[in-house]
Write a protein that binds this ligand. Structure first.
Ligand code: DOR
Ligand code: ZN
Length: 394
């Protein structure tokens, strides 16, 4: 059948679908996923994750290095690739992927050695899930300097460890999940982003700020962009569609790093999208089992799955007049290709803008089997994803 594209062209696709309001979008690229291999196979693996990606309209993902062991050198990178290949070998679907390499205080040589085999360097300025952490400025500087020299992107988890520990001490022992946002404050993010921009400016490094969640970060990023610093901002669907009020219904299922923010920050992210300060949407798909998440605050791990629900949430927002399709394509595909300099492909996702469906945990393909958006009725869903010429029904 003939389907119109988001920019008023037509493509012919061997798909049977009656009714609806179909539009073809270039298949999405997710610059930020945690597919958990190796080491955390109980949360996700590349079989389940691929199914989730396809169901969500994605055919390319950039996977994070906070695995067990962390992906920080040739040995761990090769091991991770071979485990992914093993899973691919008994699967029909092979989505496109690239891997982030984790920065440590001692892997400068590894970074240089692997510069042509990785997407970029992931730098945890503050601690999160896993053991990766480079919190001293002098060590961060060495990584920015090398990346600047090699032309590699540095993707930062921008939370300032010292400030975070200070707040943690102040709050003391707590089982109240709302304290998560009081420990990892907007100031924690602001300090780290200030430092990252300073280092990127000094060493002429391409800086990709992961999961921007506050108004304060956007102001700094906007300022730096205007000065010609190569800085890019990613936002996540959970920070766009949830805020601190959602702790009441979600509990620790609403716990992630950086944490949920107030409505004011949430609105600022949407304005950042309208003003082109935000460059990309990364889902930060970070599955943990329901059992792990049902522990009390302090024991439950941080992170939420998101790759299956991001596009429906965006299409629902489109139907409500909040964002146009051109902008969705920029944020989820073309800007990402440009920032990371990856070749374009001919993959598509066909969406039915009129399809109304509820997010249901039992329908999800992710191994963890839950979503913070469970029970939410959304209008606009992907119905087929085309990967390397093969059509997969969503
Ligand atoms: O909430 C988060 N979960 N933030 C991170 O930085 C890591 C992620 C994970 O891997 O679980
Ligand atoms: Zn992440």
């Amino acid at each position: 059948m003939q389907i119109k594209t988001y920019n008023n062209q037509t493509i012919t696709i061997d798909l049977e679908y009656s009714g609806g309001n179909l539009v073809a979008l270039p298949a999405l690229v997710d610059p930020h996923v945690h597919f958990r291999i190796p080491g955390d196979q109980e949360k996700e693996d590349w079989h389940t994750a691929e199914q989730a990606a396809i169901a969500g309209g994605y055919t390319t993902v950039f996977d994070m290095p906070n695995n067990i062991p962390s992906t920080t050198n040739r040995e761990t990178l090769e091991h991770k690739k071979s485990v992914i290949q093993d899973l691919f070998d008994d699967s029909q679907v092979h989505i496109n992927y690239k891997l982030w390499l984790g920065a440590t205080t001692e892997n400068l040589k590894d970074i240089e050695d692997l510069k042509n085999e990785i997407l970029g360097i992931k730098l945890f300025m503050g601690s999160s899930t896993g053991s990766l952490l480079v919190d001293k400025k002098a060590n961060q500087a060495k990584i920015f300097e090398l990346a600047g020299k090699l032309g590699l992107v540095v993707g930062v988890h921008a939370e300032d460890e010292k400030e975070m520990q200070k707040q943690k001490k102040k709050i003391g022992k707590t089982t109240d999940v709302t304290d998560h946002s009081k420990i990892r404050t907007p100031e924690v993010a602001k300090r780290a982003v200030t430092q990252a921009i300073e280092l990127a400016t000094k060493y002429n490094t391409k800086l990709y700020i992961l999961h921007v969640s506050t108004k304060d970060e956007l102001i700094l990023i906007d300022e730096a962009k205007r000065k010609g610093v190569q800085v890019y901002a990613e936002v996540t669907p959970h920070h766009l569609f949830l805020n601190e009020n959602d702790y009441a219904s979600l509990g620790t299922k609403g716990q992630m790093n950086p944490p949920l923010r107030t409505l004011e920050h949430q609105d600022a992210l949407w304005n950042g999208i309208l003003d082109d300060i935000v460059d990309t949407i990364g889902t930060d798909h970070a599955p943990h089992t329901l059992e792990q998440k049902s522990q009390s605050y302090g024991h439950a791990p941080s992170g939420v799955p998101g790759i299956e629900t991001c596009l429906p949430l965006l299409l629902d927002a489109h139907n409500k007049g909040r964002i146009n399709l051109e902008k969705i394509v920029k944020l989820t595909r073309t800007n990402i290709e440009n920032i990371f300099n990856i070749p374009s492909n001919n993959d598509w996702t066909i969406v039915d803008l009129d399809l109304i469906r509820e997010v249901k945990n039992e329908n999800l393909k992710t191994k963890c089997g839950w979503s913070p958006f469970d029970g939410k009725k959304l209008k606009g869903w992907p119905v087929a994803t085309i990967l390397n010429g093969t059509i997969y029904k969503c």
